[in-house]
Design a protein around this ligand. Sequence first.
Ligand code: HEM
Length: 477
Amino acid sequence: MLFSLVRSDRLAVGVVRKLAPLNEFIARGIKCQSGALHAQSAAAEAGKHKTIDDLPGPSLTTTAYWLFIKGYADKSHAMQVEHKRLYGPIWRSRFGPFDVVNVASADLIKQVILQEGRYPVRTDLSHWKEYRDMRGQATGPEWYRIRSALNPKMLKLKEAAAYAPIVHEVVSDLLQRLELLRLRSHDQRTIHDLASELYKFGFEGISSILFETRLGCLQEEIPTDTLRFITAVNDMLTLSETVLFFPRWSRGFFPFWKRFVQAWDELIDVARSLIDKKVKQIEDQMSCGEQVEGMYLTYLLSSNKLSLAEVYISITELLLGGVDTTSNTLSWTLYHLARDAEIQKRLYDEVISVCPKGELPTTDHLSRMPFMKAVIKETLSHDENEFPDAERFIPERWLRDSPSRSQHHPYSSVPFGVGVRACVGKRVAELEMYFALCRLVQHYEFSTVDGAPTIQPKTRTLLIPSEPIDLRFLPRA
Ligand code: HEM
């Protein structure tokens, strides 16, 4: 396993976007804190610690050969598996401006995380920072202060549970939309490209929490401003990868940098106007002497812990972190369930016994659904060296009382990261995924389309399906 890489060979969903920053940090860790992390070697035995220059790994040219000639450009997860085989559990590689040390064993990951200290550093995505500097926006005060302002209403289980009503509203819209698409399909069963529908769900879900407003992503006619927003996020993330591969001097020849900046401009513009609307609303309420109540944005704006510029950028970054991670995990989860009727049946039985159809699940219900949590956990990452039959989908391995319970290293599955720098949106993501999965299972039985080939993952920041996922949705009685 590589840190944050999800189900590496069989692969469901990955968070490779978050991998590079950690690795860059590790590289620095090795350089600056010699002895904090070292590979066992003749050098170490002789009492001399290795430096980053001693690490094995492909040169820049070899990496380019793997990416562009051997065809791993959209399969960098598979390349990492191959590189681990070739170079061992710790190796150096270079991608564009990144000089990366990869660690691919639970023990090494633990060593890295345990020496992070109070203010773990993640590398800046230089081209994101460059955009911000160019537009004179906040370059980000220290991470810890911002993170301390963002954490309280995001990470605490009790606080995140306050978003349950809005998440249910969005899940209801998702169910309605899927039902419409199902009925419209040629066999009144098939939903084509489920991942793109779930992407809209992810966008609507996280925006409704962050901006405290509904954007209409799941409506038949998506409002123009919302379409602009979705396109901008999509363009920015897609171009973000392209821009990295082209040197600065080539920006005059190729359109990518210009388009990347345009996408950011659009994105910030829509986010700012949504936030400004809320600011105006709060001001109006306050001037009338009304009590101001709201959710995440209201809390941030009224806590006075961040400047308005910091709120713009923090909310935008939360949005960027929270859309496709959640929806992609859900897409792969449904795909795995559709391929395994037995596991799906076991999940259905659990859901129905705790929360029958017609009832809306609550966080209390969720606490009595260990199998559902295991299904999501199994979709997210784990280490092929630590789990028997790692390539098979076996949610039972996460259940405490199950005979298939695996005795795994605590760092062998860290899909949200660990420690102070771990994912700020974990609780919100779980709430969205659990509620959506629960209600989908209450309503439908899903299966793959007859004769459909197995869908492989490809790297597009995350590990996404390489082809559209088409699933049959059969309504349950
Ligand atoms: C299945 C869903 C998700 C997964 C698997 C996931 C995973 C991760 C991982 C692995 C990290 C990096 C941790 C580290 O560097 O140590 C991270 C960071 C982050 N995530 Fe998530 N995430 C998910 C959902 C979300 C959601 C819903 C949000 C927004 C509400 C979000 C916002 C963020 C932010 C802002 C960071 C950066 C935190 C920091 O550097 O302080 N994520 N996430």
